[in-house]
Design a protein. Structure first.
Length: 161
């Protein structure tokens, strides 16, 4: 048994993780002739299922990073931005590299003097966090697991992992 997946199989895995549609993923990966059968065959392959699980973990990690970023936008402190705003050049030097300006979307110096600091919208960050949290279970995973069990019945291994 081969250990490495082909380029088409890897492409199928990437498309499947994105779409959760076996036929669509198989067609997009280049399995143009009978993509439904190709999807069933591919999903019955333990190596393909392992690759899909690995890609799903990567997607979960990316999602966790998104959640962390939105949490930071929604609940972060503006104290360093205020420190920058109130800084006067005659005082002690300001180490810009140490300032946390993650919440700042724009900094301007108007012609009349002073400084204008705009922040990312906390309300939008909270709304996006709510969408990410409520969309955690979109129903695709149970469907995928059922499809995986069905495909395993047709595999030469007889449904055993």
């Amino acid at each position: 048994m081969r250990s490495a997946l082909s380029a088409k199989q890897l492409s199928f895995c990437r498309h499947f993780v994105r779409t959760r549609n076996g036929r669509e993923a198989a067609a997009a990966a280049g399995f143009a002739l009978f993509p439904e059968r190709a999807a069933q065959r591919l999903l019955a392959d333990k190596r393909v299922r392992t690759q899909i699980e690995t890609l799903e973990k990567d997607v979960a990690a990316s999602r966790a990073e998104l959640v962390a970023g939105y949490r930071r936008l929604a609940f972060g402190s503006v104290s360093d931005a205020v420190r920058l705003l109130l800084y006067e050049a005659g005082n002690e030097p300001l180490d810009l590299d140490r300032l946390d300006l993650f919440l700042v979307s724009d900094i301007k110096r108007p012609k009349g003097g002073g400084m204008e600091i705009k922040f990312f919208d906390r309300q939008k960050a909270l709304e996006r966090l709510e969408e990410l949290q409520s969309g955690a279970s979109d129903g695709a995973l149970p469907f995928y697991r059922a499809l995986e069990r069905s495909a395993a019945l047709f595999s030469p291994e007889g449904g055993e992992d």
